[in-house]
Ligand binder design. Structure first.
Ligand code: ADE
Ligand code: ZN
Length: 345
């Protein structure tokens, strides 16, 4: 018997089903309207005259062309309240998308380089997490990302600055320009984070080769791979990821906008799912890439019509499995997921 045979309105189900988001950079949720509001509040001059002019600049040719604009946008964030407001704005959208849990990346070096204290960043975001739990019933966690275009020494210094706030973040990640900055560059700092009992993740195989995914697993000992789509070039790696249930936090609209897959119809996501990989869908930098999590789900299912209701269930279940929460919480979410499918039309 097909458990999903009664489902006729798949887009409605994609919107309504409970889900977790595991790959979203909080600085990438900074909408142009909030950039202008914070610039005004903080007396910062912007290069652009209007929200429309800023949005018009969001035409990216690759990862680096995006990162240049993304780091410039983040320069309006100065005070604890700014980080709080940014976080709460994300969680309000997350609530609309029926996200029950979000693990947020943040890039402290983007802020400390400008003279903003790391405590300002972490306290502001932590307060946003408390607000989200209290007002929206969404749980959240923070993952501190090291910028891979900077040195490992710089990453160590950042870790040192963050340690007084150890209870406020659950893990570390690795982001920014991938090409030319392989995982091995950060082997020692990840080893230290492992000793500290932090969860470990890394961007790998977004623009960089499949080998970087092997290296993130073998040298950094990460528990999840962010993006990871280039594993499609390496069948042995796909088998390795599937057998070990190493989650991939895939970001379809990001891949489209950064020209990793200029046409979503060519995206490897359905193939990865069919090969048994623990794939999840995420929004990466939704303010820059044209949509939050449900927009990513809808665009992906539209572009890849072989994706059916059982894939939707699998993607949401994978997002719970891949999250860094306890098993009892995961079971409760899976039950909620089953109920959403039972009542769907
Ligand atoms: N920082 C923010 N978004 C990123 C991405 N897609 N890849 C690498 N670093 C990032
Ligand atoms: Zn990312």
């Amino acid at each position: 018997m097909d458990r999903f045979a009664h489902i006729t309105d798949l887009p409605a189900l994609l919107r309504a089903m409970p889900k977790a988001e595991l790959h979203v950079h909080i600085e990438g949720t900074l909408e142009p309207e909030l950039i202008f509001e914070l610039a005004r509040r903080n007396g910062i001059a912007l290069k652009y005259d209007s929200v429309e002019a800023l949005r018009a600049a969001y035409a990216f040719t690759d990862l680096q062309s995006f990162l240049d604009i993304y780091y410039a946008g983040a320069s309006v964030l100065l005070h604890e309240q700014d980080f709080h407001d940014l976080g709460v704005a994300y969680f309000r959208r997350a609530a609309d998308d029926h996200i029950v849990h979000a693990e947020l990346f943040f890039d402290p070096q983007t802020h400390t380089e400008r003279g903003v204290d790391i405590g300002v960043v972490i306290r502001g975001l932590s307060r946003a997490l408390e607000t989200a739990q209290r007002e929206l019933g969404i749980s959240g966690a923070l993952i501190l990302c090291f910028l891979r275009h900077l040195s490992e020494e710089d990453a160590f210094a950042t870790l040192e600055q963050a340690l007084p706030y150890r209870e406020h973040f659950i893990g570390v990640g690795l982001d920014s320009s991938e090409r030319g900055h392989p995982p091995e560059k950060f082997q020692r700092v990840f080893a230290r984070c492992r000793e500290l009992g932090l969860h470990l993740v890394a961007h790998a195989g977004e623009e960089g080769p499949a080998q970087y995914i092997h290296d993130a697993l073998d040298l950094l000992h990460v528990q999840r791979i962010d993006h990871g789509v280039r594993c499609i070039d390496d069948p042995a790696l796909m088998q390795r990821l599937a057998r070990r249930r190493i989650p991939l936090t895939v970001c379809p609209l990001s891949n489209q906008k950064l020209q990793v897959y200029p046409d979503l119809r060519d995206h490897c996501l359905a193939t990865l799912l069919e090969h048994g990989l623990c794939v999840t869908i995420n929004s990466d930098d939704p303010a820059y890439f044209g949509g939050y999590l449900n927009t990513n789900f809808l665009a992906t299912f539209e572009a890849l019509p072989q994706l059916r209701a059982h894939h939707a269930w699998q993607l949401a279940a994978n997002s719970f499995e891949a999250s860094f929460v306890d098993l009892a919480t995961k079971s409760a979410w899976l039950k909620q997921l089953g109920e959403a499918f039972d009542v769907a039309g």
